[in-house]
Design a binder for this molecule. Structure first.
Ligand code: FAD
Ligand code: MLT
Ligand code: ZN
Length: 462
């Protein structure tokens, strides 16, 4: 008998023995994050299939003094979904992957109700036959779950049109640390009945509750699409063009910026064709959609744009996918080079080009020999900075880039969250009053600091 045997038996009674994983070989993929920068040991991985089972698991963890690490698809990039060194006592990963009920699409209202463990790709497939899609889309669609996307308030490629996850949320169901279930389902578009708990839980990163179900706004499919890739000499021209198009081209659905070094890395690691005969400093990928073919509108909109050296446009599915691959494969191409330091920041759009110019210089000055890749969602002012070179626990380049971001009026997390990675930077970004309000909310809903300790807020600061 180990001291944890009785606790494990309670977990087995709650979810069934086959859904309490204690074998290290079975736990390992739940204990290491997507970046390989964050890992920790769990006593067990528990896989509840219903809201009642989640409640039973949380009550058992509270009684045993165990920390709960909620986990969806484990595609998060800030170390928030895996065990870590900070918690005393055992840590239990609560995987939501079996919470995957889907209800028929409400086509009249344009709404859908799904379990938190449903992946984004599964939601998209569920909506398609009814003529709908989801307003948030991102490269990790095959694994990222709706619960994880709510918990991180994920952004992705269509924020310029539909906003982030929080803007899609009509209602949700979630289990609190004391086993209580908050349930605003179905949840109405117009609902002014006090604090909007779905909004509070969006971006809470597993620190306030385990989300079990969501009621979502969905959007009609705009079936005709065109994608253009523009090659530019100057970053500033790319940023200005994206900003102009957002105003002048209502069909604009996505605008993504990346650079020569990232393009070359993707071409090296992925089986994709070179789009232009020559290399260029900057690339702007634009997607337009509509009920009618938007190819001509897109082509006309960029025809006389300043600073464009070359361009290619695709309207067929395979051609569009080829161009999107050049952008979406950045994450895995950088990861193939080593364990990256990943930063995800927003800058005021007017200062984005200056930031992009300063970052590689700053990184090289901080840790000579490091290699910096930048890419991101340009209309949101959101740049991803991937740095290869420094050891995973060497924070110098992270600190330098985040300090610059704050100095330039930006945010240290645009869409990935604070996680375990950026806890030290929360107060510098949000200020003392905001962080103490957040701590008060945390203390009220999770006084035992059981849910995801070490993520978002430091326990010592409670
Ligand atoms: P996990 O990684 O499992 O968890 C993330 C956080 O949410 C953790 O803190 C976890 O504790 C918490 N959590 C998970 N499920 C729940 C739940 N049910 N209740 C409470 N807390 C929960 N992100 C973007 O925003 N935009 C992008 O464009 C984007 N592109 C990506 C591309 C790639 C290739 C990869 C690998 C990642 C990308 N991401 C992007 C990051 C990631 O996909 C998102 O953060 C996503 O929202 C995480 O979902 P998940 O289910 O994998 O959550
Ligand atoms: C992206 O937009 O590709 C992502 O958010 C993932 C990353 O930062 O690599
Ligand atoms: Zn992104």
């Amino acid at each position: 008998m180990t001291p944890h045997d009785a606790f494990l038996d309670t977990l087995r009674a709650a979810v069934g023995a086959s859904h309490v994983l204690t074998d290290p070989d079975l736990r390992v993929s739940y204990e290491t994050d997507w970046t390989r920068r964050w890992r920790g040991e769990a006593l067990a991985v528990v896989r509840p299939a219903t809201t009642d089972e989640v409640t039973a698991v949380l009550l058992a963890c509270a009684a045993a003094g165990a920390a709960v690490i909620p986990q969806g698809g484990n595609t998060g990039l800030v170390g928030g979904s895996v065990p870590r060194a900070v918690a005393d006592g055992p840590q239990v990963v609560v995987s939501t992957l079996r919470l995957r009920d889907v209800e028929p699409v409400d086509a009249l209202a344009g709404e859908a109700m799904v379990g938190a463990g449903v992946t984004l790709a599964a939601l998209q497939a569920h909506l398609r036959p009814a003529g709908f899609t989801f307003g948030v889309d991102l490269g990790a669609r095959d694994s990222a779950t709706i619960g994880g996307m709510i918990a991180t308030n994920a952004g992705g490629i269509h924020v310029l049109r539909h906003g982030p996850m929080r803007a899609q949320l009509l209602g949700l169901e979630a289990v609190l640390a004391d086993g209580g279930v908050v349930r605003r389902l179905p949840g109405m578009v117009k609902d002014n009945t006090g604090y909007h708990l779905p909004s509070l839980l969006a971006g809470s990163e597993g620190t306030l509750a385990v989300i079990t179900r969501a009621h979502l706004r969905v959007v009609p499919i705009r079936p005709r699409r065109a994608v253009a890739l523009l090659a530019l000499e100057r970053v500033g021209d790319a940023v200005s063009l994206a900003g102009d198009l957002r105003r002048s081209l209502p069909e604009l659905a996505a605008a993504e910026l990346f650079f020569d070094d990232g393009m070359e890395l993707v071409l090296h690691h992925a089986a994709v064709d070179r789009p232009f005969p020559n290399r260029h400093p900057a690339y702007l990928l634009l997607e337009a959609d509509g009920d009618d073919d938007p190819t001509e509108l897109l082509a006309d909109a960029v025809a006389n744009a300043i600073g464009v050296d070359d361009a290619v446009i695709a309207s067929d599915e395979a051609g569009r996918a080829r161009l999107w691959n050049l952008r979406e494969r950045h994450t895995e191409a950088i990861s193939a080079e080593g364990v990256a330091h990943k930063l995800d920041v927003t800058l005021p759009l007017a200062r984005l080009a200056e930031f992009i110019g300063r970052v590689p210089v700053l990184v090289t000055a901080t840790r000579p020999g490091s290699v910096t890749y930048q890419y991101g969602h340009v209309c949101d002012g959101n740049m991803h900075v991937g740095i290869i070179g420094p050891a995973p626990d060497d924070e110098a380049v992270d600190d330098a880039v985040l300090r610059l971001t704050i100095e330039m009026g930006g945010s240290v997390s645009a869409e990935h969250g604070i996680g375990a990675a950026k806890v030290a930077w929360l107060e510098a970004d949000r200020g003392v009053a905001d962080v103490s309000a957040m701590r008060a909310i945390k203390r009220a809903l999770d006084p035992g600091w059981m849910l995801n300790p070490g993520v978002l807020l430091r326990e010592a600061e409670a």
